[in-house]
Design a protein around this ligand. Structure first.
Ligand code: SF4
Ligand code: SF4
Ligand code: FES
Length: 272
């Protein structure tokens, strides 16, 4: 029987619990209300530093929500600015546009900047990096393979004829075919929620790259549909999708990579 063991340093240990006093500015703040009633939430945040040999851990940061913005990303920024500057995470737009703040919040892949703290249950939330990717540090996953797969599908308009001299118009109907596809922000929430991708991410392109690929396959201006489908037509790149639908549930932009994959499979099955 196969013996499965986890690497020695893979177990997540209990980390440091920060006191609310770290978070409040002064002791006077803490005692200003004799009842000491603040809306407090506890943030359990995954910490791992590649520069030492320690196991990953969850550090616990209590936050006074009266002094914090409404989103999970606001709390992480507050922790970094006011409590623990060593905490590392990605973010940029704070508007759900750049996709860089994708992480796993209470077991669900989503964007920290659009996830309201008000949705936390019982005042406690666990924050981990996107699952099944190597971790660079704390909440920052290594998405090199994910981006390489995006590059592999050649995500740009490919033409054979000369480019038109003026605007290349589409009909309203053709333009509508890329709705639900062009909005993808490459956050990786879907691919890192996909069990098939967890086990075969070296061969299976995963839902994000496939949705992007379909975005160009249905673009009426693209002239390499056949080549795109030829590239996808192997046992793993598309066909490792088992229609489990985790990807569509995970997408914070409300897109359906599973539907795009089903359309690619249909194109492959029906082409001459
Ligand atoms: S539908 Fe396909 S791509 Fe989406 S989670 Fe399931 S196996 Fe992965
Ligand atoms: S399909 Fe959705 S979850 Fe997947 S990368 Fe695009 S925006 Fe993110
Ligand atoms: S910071 Fe850009 S999507 Fe969250």
């Amino acid at each position: 029987m196969a013996e499965i063991t986890l690497p020695k340093n893979s177990k997540i240990k209990k980390g440091k619990r920060y006191s609310l006093l770290n978070e409040l500015h002064t002791y006077a703040d803490f005692f200003k209300d004799s009842q000491n009633i603040y809306p407090i939430a506890e943030f359990y945040v995954y910490r791992w530093d590649p520069e030492n040999d320690n196991n990953p851990r969850h550090d616990i940061y209590p936050i006074n929500l009266d002094e914090c913005g409404p989103m999970i990303l606001d709390a992480l920024i507050k922790i970094k600015n006011e409590i623990d500057s060593t905490l590392t995470f990605r973010r940029s737009c704070r508007e759900g546009i750049c996709g860089s703040c994708a992480m796993n919040i209470d077991g669900v892949n989503t964007l920290a900047c659009t996830k309201p703290i008000a949705e936390i249950k019982n005042g406690v939330v666990k924050i981990n990096p996107l699952p099944h990717q190597p971790v660079i540090k704390d909440l920052v996953p290594d998405l090199s393979n994910f981006y390489q797969q995006h590059k592999n599908i050649k995500p740009w308009l490919r033409t054979k004829t000369n480019s038109p001299e003026k605007e290349w118009n589409q009909t309203k109907e053709d333009r509508e075919k890329i709705d639900g596809l062009y909005e993808c922000i490459m956050c990786a929430c879907c691919s890192t929620a996909c069990p098939s991708y967890w086990w075969n991410s070296d061969k299976y392109l995963g839902p994000a790259a496939l949705l992007q690929s379909y975005r160009w396959i249905v673009d009426s201006r693209d002239e390499e549909k056949k080549e795109r489908l030829d590239d996808l037509d192997d046992a793993f790149k598309v066909h490792s999708c088992r229609s489990i639908m985790n990807c569509s549930k995970a997408c914070p932009k409300g897109l359906s990579p599973a539907k795009a994959i089903a359309e690619i499979k249909k194109e492959l099955a029906t082409r001459k």
